[in-house]
Design a protein around this ligand. Structure first.
Ligand SMILES: [Fe+2]
Ligand SMILES: [Fe+2]
Length: 323
């Protein structure tokens, strides 16, 4: 008898669910092959890409000079690391745990599970590195202060959609949502850091993370394709009809806005001015199909066979996207 996993593993279109995946992990995984990441403070560079922090466009901030800019960028890096840690531990590891141990309507064989264990190890290792970097920066800059980190938009989106979905669909939805994060959001988060003004030690860290996430991309894209094809039609109908709203929610910038409002208030010492500037800086922002990350989401859904489903198509029409 052929198990579902053997079928998947021998299907060349789903190669990353089979043994090739861990062979690549054993040879190139960051946790398998790379030394500790230490920040070389004798080198210069920002800890977060300038063009990704809209607060720097505010004229009151610009007037404060270089030191204020450096501090804003370090705090932005902390927020970034916090979001990565939360996404990797609370979302991705939780979805992997469901693949490994939940009673799901789709069977996952031993090879898929072995690959999934390697993902969990990678994500914990990425969180370990993030914590190590935070501690090195705090030691170098002891007076940075603490901020409240608002819930990320990806976590908020999963919670919101679950409220609208019957409980029997929750686990499959969460796994699909994380396949979506790993094929779009994580790549975006890692890629945007690879810019010239960023400190060399941070770029090294980011490149290493990217190396692992490129492999994860292949696994989660195949997992999304497999899961979507294997669940029964009522799952595709129920989950598919909420996909448009899910994408719009998880790509919004509410969490970034709330954090930046706090950060700006701390820099300017004026809450009202901070709120006004945030309103101006983000005026007119909307998640639209012109954004590269939206194109990536649609491409991933297309490759996974989801865009052909009428429920998915109409869910995008509901949010005003013609695809
Ligand atoms: Fe990661
Ligand atoms: Fe990942």
């Amino acid at each position: 008898m052929t198990t579902t996993d053997e079928t998947a593993a021998h299907d060349t279109r789903l190669r990353s669910l089979g043994p090739d995946y861990v062979a690549r992990w054993e040879a190139r995984g960051s946790v398998r092959t790379r030394p500790r990441k230490t920040i070389d403070f004798t080198q210069t560079g920002y800890f977060f890409p300038e063009d990704r922090q809209p607060l720097l466009l505010d004229e009151n901030v610009a007037a404060l000079g270089e030191q204020a800019k450096e501090r804003i960028l370090i705090q932005s890096f902390f927020k970034y690391l916090h979001d990565i840690v939360n996404l990797e531990i609370k979302e991705i590891v939780s979805a992997c745990t469901k693949v490994l141990y939940s009673d799901l309507p789709v069977e996952f064989g031993p090879e898929i599970k072995l690959n999934t264990y390697s993902i969990v190890i990678d994500e914990y290792y990425h969180v370990y590195i993030a914590q190590d970097l935070i501690m090195q920066l705090r030691e170098q800059y002891p007076d940075l202060g603490e901020f409240d980190f608002p819930t990320s938009d990806s976590q908020h989106a999963v919670a919101e959609i679950k409220k609208r979905l019957e409980p029997q669909y929750h686990d499959v939805f969460e796994i699909l949502a994380n396949c979506c994060f790993e094929t779009t959001l994580v790549r975006e988060l890692v890629e945007f850091f690879d810019s010239k003004d960023v400190h060399p030690s941070i770029r090294y860290y980011v490149n290493d993370h990217m190396n692992d996430e490129s492999r994860h991309y292949a696994f989660f894209l195949d997992l999304m394709k497999y899961l979507w094809a294997e669940v029964s039609e009522d799952f595709r109908e129920a989950i598919g009809s909420l996909m448009g709203e899910f994408v719009k929610l998880y790509l919004s910038v509410e969490s970034e806005k709330r954090f930046n409002a706090q950060l700006l208030e701390s820099v300017l010492g004026d809450r009202e001015q901070a709120e006004r500037s945030i309103g101006e800086l983000y005026a007119g922002f909307d998640v639209t199909t012109d954004m590269p990350i939206v194109q990536n989401v649609l491409r991933a859904f297309g490759k996974a066979g989801m865009l052909e489903h009428p429920a998915v198509r109409s869910s995008f029409r509901k949010i005003g996207w013609e695809i």
